[in-house]
Design a protein around this ligand. Structure first.
Ligand code: FAD
Ligand code: DLZ
Ligand code: SF4
Length: 512
């Protein structure tokens, strides 16, 4: 008997068991552009255009390979607005003996799917998502009995298990991690090889028009769309990165330069997360380039660690700690997001640059997300719920399984330290060291207090002071609390006073 197989917008991989084992003669693959998924947070316009276009191209690919595909366009009359209603509609128009889905990337959808069998009255099978190198069970088995769940140790296990960059039982080069070599800033005049830009075809142009018509009030710009929307083009992005930018990836991984959003990063998160590329092939490509002598070890290892380490780790972490991870609020932070998160209008040049680039590109690189916007969000005590929703909607690579651990665990420490060994907070001097943002700022990074002082400076010491009970016993904070204990009382008071003024301006949504 025939099965109805639902394929989600981030499941565009034809080796997924639900697709690979489909009977081309009798089963039907259902793909649907639905209002519920496009608006449960108001995703960036480019994210919707990217995903709808990638979905349409993938449906064509499946049809070209003789699958029966029922593709529901956003403005089709038969569009029922949600995945469940669309399936119900299919079951009324055609006879299916079962419904198959692949485990979704988000907890809310999994919980909903677990109820579908009762609602639909046909068996619903939730098939495995085999695109990851560690399953949620693998992560939980690793986490079992451990006091601390540090990514570094998980990553070493993954290197051993998958035999990546190994020399027998030892890491190639003798060290597991070459991060110490990966913290260089970049001269403004440094020429970065151009990132790959793909020209939108007719199918993508149609989707762009659709997004203009239906999602106009969503965040972000739609012009200059150049993402890959097929596997073939995503492979071009990956291979160009490996050939042209991976050699310098490690060295400049943490650098930020005004007006240069793409730098030496790979820009493949979009494609890994919706399934056009697999993590395994990205890891293999980097490892091969290292063995061929094309890239230094610090770059190959640094890049592989992001995918085999961080990406797999946060996915396991998400399923291990949900649903609590979404509501944790260790510091009890409650401030609403300031309006400049939506338009970039602030005198703080670092925040302005990172938010404007996010608005234009649906992309910012890791250090911009972590040490500028993330650092600011924690230091200004923004509500985890609002920060999470923001990060989930503004980036074209964002899905809750990967966004939430990074936001709740890495930037906000709202899980109380299950992910990070200490809060990722820093004063303005870190941003000044890693970027040229401070040069064009309305504030002065060298000043600690006063109206012209860099807000990161006094906010940082305000945070250290406010949370001393919760943090001073953390041995990784020992140096900071030692410095704090040597500071003059009047200096601390001055910074606390400026922080209070700044925070109250934020609460009133005044310009900062
Ligand atoms: P590169 O810098 O070239 O890195 C290569 C790949 O490594 C990435 O594509 C990604 O797949 C993986 N990777 C690197 N760091 C991480 C990480 N911390 N967690 C998981 N994977 C990682 N990544 C997302 O894919 N989706 C998100 O929604 C997301 N939200 C984030 C929110 C915050 C607050 C922070 C600090 C990080 C977030 N990241 C997220 C991780 C990282 O910033 C992005 O993966 C990266 O910037 C994507 O750009 P790239 O493809 O050029 O990555
Ligand atoms: C992100 C997204 C968007 C914007 N739209 C759709 C859609 O219309 N149809 C669909 O199947 N998937 C979409 N997605 C991806 C889903 O939100 C994603 O599959 C879940 O969040 C689970 O990760
Ligand atoms: Fe950002 Fe402070 Fe530098 Fe301005 S001075 S760019 S606010 S770090």
């Amino acid at each position: 008997m025939a099965a109805l197989i639902l394929v989600l917008g981030d499941q565009l991989t034809d080796t997924l068991p639900a697709i690979a084992h489909a009977s081309k003669g009798s089963d039907t693959i259902l793909m649907a552009e639905v209002r519920e998924e496009a608006t449960y947070v108001k995703h960036h316009k480019k994210k919707i255009a990217f995903l709808f276009s990638a979905m349409r191209h993938f449906a064509k690919h499946l049809k070209d390979h003789n699958y029966n595909v029922n593709y529901v366009h956003y403005d089709d009359e038969e569009n029922k607005g949600s995945l469940l209603e669309q399936i119900k509609h299919c079951l009324t128009t055609q006879k299916f003996s079962e419904v198959k889905v692949t485990t979704p990337g988000e907890y809310r959808l999994l919980k909903s799917m677990e109820q579908w069998e009762n609602v639909l009255g046909v068996p619903v099978t939730i098939c495995e998502d085999n695109r990851f190198l560690a399953s949620p069970d693998d992560f939980s088995a690793w986490a079992e009995g451990k006091k601390q769940l540090r990514m570094e140790f998980f990553y070493r296990e993954m290197r051993r298990k998958h035999s990546v960059l190994m020399d027998g039982k030892n890491p190639i080069g003798g060290k597991w991690n070459y991060d110490a070599q990966n913290r260089e800033s970049m001269r403004e005049t440094h020429k970065v090889p151009k990132h790959t830009e793909l020209k939108p075809d007719n199918m993508t142009q149609e989707v762009i028009e659709l997004v203009k018509n239906h999602f106009d009030e969503h965040f972000g710009a739609l012009d200059d769309f150049h993402f890959a929307v097929t596997r073939e083009d995503a492979l071009v992005v990956l291979n160009t990165f490996i050939d042209e930018r991976l050699p310098n990836f490690g060295q400049y991984q943490d650098a930020m330069v005004e007006g240069k959003p793409w730098l030496y990063h790979s820009h493949i998160g979009f494609y890994l997360n919706c399934g056009l590329l697999t993590p395994k092939e990205a890891i293999q490509a980097a490892e091969q380039a290292y063995h061929a002598g094309q890239v230094p070890l610090n770059s190959a290892e640094g890049f592989i660690r992001q995918i085999l380490g961080w990406r797999e780790y946060v996915r396991g972490f998400y399923w291990h700690f949900m649903p609590g991870l979404k509501t944790d609020n260790y510091f009890d932070n409650r401030r609403a997001l300031p309006s400049f998160f939506w338009n970039g209008q602030t005198n703080m040049n670092c925040m302005r640059q990172c938010i404007k680039e996010t608005q234009q590109n649906a992309y910012a690189h890791h250090i911009q997300r972590l040490m500028v916007i993330g650092n600011f969000s924690l230091l200004t005590e923004l509500s985890p719920e609002e920060v999470q929703a923001w990060y989930l909607l503004v980036y074209a690579d964002a899905y809750e399984w990967v966004e939430l651990p990074n936001v709740a665990g890495m930037i906000l420490y709202s899980d109380g330290g299950n992910l990070a060994s200490k809060p990722y907070v820093a004063s303005g001097s870190y941003i000044n060291k890693m970027s040229n943002y401070c040069k064009n700022c309305g504030y002065q990074v060298s000043k600690k207090t006063g109206p012209k002082a860099c807000p990161f400076n006094y906010l940082y010491w305000h945070f250290i002071d406010k949370h001393k009970e919760k943090l001073s016993n953390n041995h990784r904070m020992a140096m900071i609390y030692k410095t704090y204990s040597r500071m003059k009382e009047e200096n601390i008071e001055g910074m606390k006073k400026d922080a209070t003024i700044f925070l109250s301006k934020l609460t009133k949504n005044e310009e900062v």
